[in-house]
Write a protein that binds this ligand. Structure first.
Ligand SMILES: [Zn+2]
Length: 139
């Protein structure tokens, strides 16, 4: 039998991630200047495997963004932001997303996420350098 959620009950991890996804989508639309009129909030799912693969997040098309289950704030929000940029690239470019250069897509996500770090006031230690982008994505 399903229980009724109590109003004072703390958010589940899923709810917390969805709230973050909602806010972050709004921010991502603003930072990228993509038209987001018909874009719905993506699902955020966590995986313990991503961290082991050396990744913080992954987006492979569709409605779901995956993030490493062990991320803490603000890295959690920045990773959701980064994957949301990919989600917008996919939603807005459609089939072109699949044939676009991975370097180009990652460069945009990298650049937008660095801008977002500034907008949120998180500090330069959360920014990625051009060298990291080159190394991570072999660009
Ligand atoms: Zn990326």
């Amino acid at each position: 039998m399903f229980s009724t959620a109590d109003a004072d009950e703390p958010f589940t991890r899923w709810e917390a991630n969805q709230r973050l996804a909602y806010v972050t989508l709004d921010h991502a639309c603003s930072v990228t200047r993509y038209r987001c009129d018909n874009i719905v909030v993506p699902q955020v799912r966590e995986s313990t495997q991503l961290g082991r693969m050396g990744a913080r997040g992954i987006y492979q098309g569709g409605m779901t963004l995956w993030i490493d289950a062990n991320l803490t704030q603000p890295q959690r929000q920045l990773t959701i932001f980064h994957e949301t940029v990919h989600y917008l690239q996919f939603e807005i470019s459609g089939a072109d997303f699949l044939i676009a250069s991975k370097c180009l897509l990652e460069y945009e996500a990298f650049e937008m996420t660095n801008l977002y770090v500034d907008l949120m006031g998180y500090g330069d230690e959360y920014k990625r350098t051009l060298e990291t982008w080159k190394r991570l994505y072999r660009c």
